[in-house]
Write a protein that binds this ligand. Structure first.
Ligand code: MN
Length: 326
């Protein structure tokens, strides 16, 4: 399909490269290191080969969210966002950016969001799950009250917040002990990110800010498959849940999902059935996944051409107000 738009496509600056190295064997790392640092060579060539016209790109994970010192997080986010803005300026018809944000300090996160949207035209934020703060074994989730002003600003700007995975902390990995393969993209990423999303839903956040837009990758981190049961059980045993509507309402009205790293028709159909085809969007998860695999699968997937056009391009165009694209 011509003119596809990708939304979960990553780059790295040299300072945050180390965060991605853990996912690769030493023989594969040089290639992925090159791909993470590259914007204009291989990345653009592969976008052309796979008919991906436009990409909203974002910093690798966990990057800013794993910096313990708030001031260092503020400085690093600014450095990454400035670098990204320079790259986008060279190819404004091919790239836009998601802001990396220092969630360690909610006021600073608001300021950096405002700055990057106003000065650089960034299309929202991509944040890598919970933030650490001051000490290694710390995890701050965004349903906590100190983030209310941040969400108010996010809603006011009418731009999406991409909730991207990170691994659970070492102190939270007892169930994964002896099975290191479970911690990352194969499973743990999804559990971590889905649970964080449920915390947002259960906090009443979307009752207070009903126009908030959250994007999840990997076809919804398993939530489209489990949301009815979660809603159902909460209706029987609320156990302190603060939200007013069933959880599936929030998934259907406040969330979008992308196909990043989940190139499987039954799973995409489940997301389309649960959320509607207006809320499913094409993505690769480059360079951790291959554009050719994502595109070959998506271009031939057994959905109607109208749906393909929406998921591949039109939904993103509308969500990010990319009116300058034809
Ligand atoms: Mn990703």
């Amino acid at each position: 399909m011509k003119g596809k738009i990708g939304l979960e496509e990553h780059f790295s600056i040299t300072d945050t490269l180390g965060d991605s190295q853990q996912y690769f064997t030493p023989d594969k790392w040089p290639e992925f290191k090159y791909r993470l640092l590259d914007i204009h060579e291989r990345r653009l060539a592969e976008m052309d080969e796979n008919e991906i016209e436009f990409a909203v790109i974002s910093l690798n994970s966990p990057a800013i969210q794993a910096i313990l010192n708030p001031q260092q997080a503020i400085d690093m986010a600014k450095r990454a966002n400035d670098f990204l803005a320079e790259q986008i300026a060279k190819q404004p018809k091919r790239f836009a950016g998601f802001a990396a944000l220092p969630m360690q300090n909610p006021d600073a996160a608001i300021a950096e969001l405002q700055r990057t949207v106003k000065d650089y035209g960034f299309k929202g934020a991509l944040v890598n799950g919970f933030t650490q703060l001051d000490v290694d074994d710390s995890s701050v989730y965004y349903d906590l009250p100190q983030y209310e002003p941040f969400w108010a600003e996010m809603e006011k700007l009418d731009l999406p917040f991409y909730m991207h995975p990170r691994s659970p902390l070492p102190s939270q990995r007892r169930i994964y002990e002896g099975h290191r393969w479970l911690i990352g993209a194969a499973w743990g990423f999804g559990v971590e990110t889905a649970t964080h999303s449920l915390r947002l839903m259960g906090s009443g956040l979307f009752d207070k800010y009903p126009k908030l837009k959250i994007i999840l990758g990997h076809l919804g981190e398993m939530l489209p498959n489990s949301i009815w049961r979660t809603s159902h059980r909460i209706s029987i045993a609320p156990r302190g849940v603060k939200s007013q509507k069933p959880f599936y309402y929030y998934l259907q009205n406040n969330f979008y999902v992308t196909t990043s790293g989940n190139f499987h028709l039954p799973t995409m159909l489940a997301a389309m059935l649960e959320m509607g085809s207006d809320r499913v969007l094409f993505s690769t998860d480059y360079p951790f996944e291959q554009m050719s695999e994502a595109s070959t699968w998506f271009d031939a997937a057994e959905i109607s051409d109208i749906e393909r056009e929406k998921i591949g391009r039109l939904n993103a165009k509308k969500l990010f107000k990319l009116d300058f694209l034809d």
